[in-house]
Design a protein around this ligand. Structure first.
Ligand SMILES: [Zn+2]
Length: 296
């Protein structure tokens, strides 16, 4: 297990790739576990060996709340926005674009497909932390930066004294930035990225794949990562110029590999993502409107 001062990096399965993620364990007098997407065996071992006093979720996504259910009697906090908006299946369906794209019948199908454990993981959440406030766990200071864009409530735990920030889904993967829920926002994603780059830190820890980045590595990776947003813009713009309508656009595979678009949830996120770029580019295409867009 990699260690940075009092912080232990707990790996998730398959290099912490989605649908798993990396957890961060603060090993001081107060034992705090940030995100629960790591290997359940490793998490249970930590609990047995040192204990876990508090669980913190950076945001509500299932790969970051994955094993909340292993800590039933432990206080579990999430960010204040998602404490209000992301704790029922109906609200999750809205935040993921299910209602916007497919209406009530889609929500009904989604409800049947949600694993029992995920609802359990969300119902485990008992409170929320405040953004931008300095918390002291043992001798470790942490501030939960509000860094919206990936989701509205997304936060990055920042350890000013250690010169470390846990950037979670600013994961620097080749997939690129993810803002494909209805609560995701491209402009906010970019401005939160800039804020992360401006921090006085030596070490960035991502929630998926590579993990530990030096300041310089992270700055370079972020440049390439944000470039993917421009690439998506350009691809969509040229397809629209060729005359593709919305239903044709969403079958190309701008975000997800074409073959994975058979999966309803990927298809939904593909549609939501393309809508965001069309809006950003100020483009309208035939077939993009539906009755649920107005009511969602
Ligand atoms: Zn996420």
């Amino acid at each position: 297990m990699e260690r940075i001062g009092p912080l232990l990096l707990v790996e998730g399965r398959n290099k912490s790739k989605v649908p798993f993620s990396r957890s961060l364990y603060i090993n001081c007098q107060d034992k705090v576990l940030i995100d629960t997407g790591a290997e359940p065996e490793a998490l249970v071992n930590l609990k047995l060996q040192y204990g876990v006093d508090l669980i913190i979720n950076t945001h509500y996504h299932p790969d970051h709340t994955l094993n909340n259910h292993l800590f039933k009697d432990t206080p579990t906090w999430i960010n204040p926005i998602e404490f209000k908006t992301a704790r029922s299946v109906d609200s999750i369906a809205k935040l993921n674009g299910i209602y916007q794209e497919w209406g009530p019948s889609g929500v009904e199908l989604f409800r049947k497909s949600v694993p029992k454990e995920w609802t359990e993981n969300l119902s485990n959440i008992s409170g929320c932390y405040q953004y931008e406030k300095e918390y002291r766990f043992g001798d470790v200071n942490v501030i939960f930066l509000h860094t919206p864009g990936h989701t509205k409530g997304f936060s990055c735990p920042y350890f000013p004294d250690l010169g470390v920030v846990f950037v979670g889904d600013y994961d620097m993967t080749t997939f690129g930035p993810w803002y494909n829920g209805t609560d995701g926002d491209i402009e906010e994603f970019i401005s939160s990225a800039k804020r992360l780059l401006s921090l006085d830190v030596d070490t960035y820890i991502t929630g998926h794949q590579k993990g530990v980045f030096s300041k310089q590595e992270f700055h370079e990776a972020m440049y390439r990562y944000l470039e993917i947003i421009n690439r998506r813009d350009q691809e969509i713009e040229s397809l629209v110029k060729k005359g593709l309508n919305f239903n044709e656009l969403v079958r190309i595979g701008i975000f997800y590999p074409k073959e994975s678009l058979k999966e309803p949830i990927f298809q939904t996120w593909e549609r939501v993502g393309i809508r965001k770029h069309l809006e950003r580019l100020n483009l309208t295409v035939p077939g993009a409107n539906n009755e649920y867009l107005i009511t969602s």
